[in-house]
Write a protein that binds this ligand. Structure first.
Ligand SMILES: [Zn+2]
Length: 439
């Protein structure tokens, strides 16, 4: 693994993963290519033999496992996690409406999206569709139009002279993408359009009846390196697919990985409270089946360490006063350790010290972030996982600008440095003195 090939693979993954469903499918394929065996929650498995496994839930969350011959009860688990979802516009169940000969789609805002950047973009549609074939069988298919099919045009400045001074966005009335020039009623049938698109990848969908869908809009502009010397990386969903990719690649590239577990949860951007979210039972249910004896499970978790990876706020040169003066993470300055006295981040002095050691060994620079004391702090899956399982945890992430915009910006070297530190984490042997501070 070198920085150039890693970055190219990351750009490819980001472009091919417009939704959590696509991200989990792509990471599942990557794991399978590297010898990981998929096991299903509906199968009968307990006390897995040493090996490499992965498990999906709802097609949008994933757990990857490496089990060595020394069981995790004695050694603990190298645990790490991130979230697969990103703020976006989600298409409503019955979205089509025709206005002034234009077919438009009603959308809900998913998560804390920064809405202004969604105007005047070449948008496409992707997600999961449930459909029934002519024989009555039900299918679940991923769908990606892959081409510009929608747009939310701005109102011309001539019709709103205050546009630059007072930009307010109404989620119900302003965020309504146009998808086609509508002629007749039949032409304006959104479900018929979905059926046509479904046929491209599913020849059996001839007489498909669309039962339900979870579709979102995304920006067609592919992710890219940017800057005179290519110092930056721009793209959609850097929060938090950049971290998902670093975790899986870090695990795959580790020299003889120890007992390890990577959990990628959906629904972080809407509070994590779902069957596949970090407040749901996915991780607990896997841990319970892995270590059915509660004594073994407690021993394991006490010796385990959880790295929660989610992007951090880099200092914005035009708005530097939004940061605490002593904590100004910069693009390309390395991964950021996130601290919050109110436990919005899970980092403690112990977990922070451990990550510092790992980063140092990997030759990776690190930075620190703490919110200004007079601004509210965000959060992520770190504190939720630490609280639910009683595991020592640290919150880290790559510094970014424009977080939750349709297109975010990171430094070009930070994703690589993040992956190197995670590779070191998964490969650090059980008898390494670093782990003595746990348990
Ligand atoms: Zn995030």
């Amino acid at each position: 693994m070198d920085q150039h090939s890693y970055t190219q693979a990351l750009l490819e993954f980001l472009g091919a993963s417009p939704t959590p469903f696509h991200a989990v499918a792509n990471l599942g394929s990557l794991l399978a290519e590297h010898g990981f065996v998929e096991i299903r929650e509906s199968d009968d498995w307990q006390r897995l033999l040493p090996g490499r496994y992965f498990i999906r839930r709802n097609d949008s969350s994933l757990i990857a496992l490496v089990l060595t011959s020394s069981g995790p009860a004695a050694t603990g688990l190298r645990m790490a996690g991130a979230h697969t979802d990103s703020p976006c516009l989600k298409i409503k169940p019955s979205p089509a409406r025709t206005n002034h000969s234009l077919l438009q789609l009603g959308v809900e805002t998913y998560g804390g999206a920064l809405l202004s950047p969604w105007f005047d973009r070449d948008l496409s549609i992707a997600g999961r569709v449930l459909w029934q074939d002519g024989e009555g069988a039900i299918h679940s298919s991923l769908l990606d139009f892959k081409r510009p099919v929608a747009v939310i045009p701005s109102l011309a400045i001539h019709l709103n002279r205050e546009a630059n001074e007072q930009k307010q966005v109404n989620k119900q009335t302003d965020m309504v993408p146009i998808i086609m020039q509508a002629g007749s009623e039949e032409e304006a049938n959104f479900f018929a359009l979905l059926g046509e698109e479904l046929l491209r990848d599913n020849p059996g969908a001839q007489k498909a009846k669309i039962l339900d869908h979870e579709l979102i809009l995304y920006d067609c502009q592919p992710p890219t390196l940017l800057g005179i010397k290519g110092e930056f990386l721009a793209g959609g969903r850097l929060d938090n697919l950049l971290s998902c990719f670093a975790l899986i690649r870090g695990l795959l590239e580790a020299d003889s990985p120890q007992n390890s577990l990577v959990v990628l949860n959906d629904h972080e951007e809407v509070g994590s409270m779902s069957a596949s979210g970090a407040q749901g039972p996915f991780l607990l249910s896997v841990l319970e089946r892995l270590l059915p004896d509660v004594n073994d499970r407690r021993r394991c978790l006490t010796r385990s360490f959880f790295i929660s990876v989610d992007n951090a706020h880099a200092v914005h040169p035009n708005f530097a006063d939004r940061h605490d003066k002593g904590h100004l993470p910069r693009l390309n300055g390395g991964p950021v350790i996130k601290y919050n006295a109110g436990q919005r981040y899970a980092t403690s002095s112990r977990s922070g010290a451990l990550y510092r050691i790992l980063a140092e060994r990997a030759g990776v620079p690190i930075q620190e972030f703490v919110m200004r004391s007079d601004l509210a702090c965000g959060s992520t899956i770190g504190p939720l996982t630490a609280a639910a399982h009683g595991v020592a945890a640290v919150d880290i992430g790559v510094p970014t600008l424009a977080m939750h915009s349709i297109r975010e910006l990171a430094g070009a070297s930070d994703p690589w440095h993040l992956a190197l530190s995670l590779r070191t984490f998964f490969g650090t042997p059980d008898d390494d003195p670093a782990w003595q501070c746990l348990g």
